[in-house]
Ligand binder design. Structure first.
Ligand code: MN
Length: 194
């Protein structure tokens, strides 16, 4: 089964200020499209052809893992944002955030700090572990929480330079700070409760 490039869940200019329409165009229509095309080429006539994307991520290594994981990560990333500005977490998720980091503000500071600390390309994630606790984890390149059993990914920020260089040049921290305004917290809460 060939994977298709799913349209963004908002207009290309909906995240301006956090992610410009130019960055969204290249990031979605070029980078993500290439990872999906590469994945489709690599699974053709193999045992991976009938698997879902997350199954491929869990079971593959090397170039197929790199492309399939990058495809999965980007879809998850783009679906973490909303055209609605300034949304906030609530309910049990907010309670857990407060318990783990003291406050939502301190959680955001720590998340950005971990994203900035990732040397080179990678991703910073908020995950729920098998005990139901929250953790911030950073991974290099395409790596993600799917390969670790028990981890449920809730939110990710892309720290590859292609994610922010057009808008923020070398200022990775500023680019990550700007994303808080467009995080789709109801969506993150939905992932948390699933
Ligand atoms: Mn990216």
């Amino acid at each position: 089964m060939a994977f298709e490039l799913i349209p963004l869940p908002y207009k290309e200019d909906a995240l301006e200020g956090a992610i410009s329409s130019s960055t969204l165009f290249f990031h979605h229509d070029k980078h993500l499209a290439a990872y999906i095309a590469n994945t489709n080429n690599l699974i053709k006539d193999t045992r991976f052809e009938t698997m879902t994307l997350s199954e491929i991520v869990k079971e593959s290594e090397g170039p197929l893992f790199n492309n399939a994981a990058q495809a999965w990560n980007h879809v998850f990333y783009f679906e973490s944002f909303s055209a609605k500005r300034g949304l906030q977490p609530g309910g049990e998720l907010l309670e857990k955030i407060n318990k783990s980091w003291g406050s939502f503000e301190q959680f955001k500071t720590e998340f950005v700090k971990q994203g900035v600390a990732q040397f080179g390309s990678g991703w910073v994630w908020l995950v729920k572990d098998s005990d139901g606790n929250l953790q911030i984890i950073k991974y290099p390149n395409a790596e993600n929480p799917l390969k670790t059993s028990g981890l449920v990914p809730l939110l990710t920020f892309d720290v590859w330079e292609h994610a922010y260089y057009l808008d923020f040049q070398n200022r990775r921290g500023d680019s990550l700070e700007a994303l808080w305004d467009v995080v789709n917290w109801p969506k993150i809460e939905q992932r948390y409760s699933e």
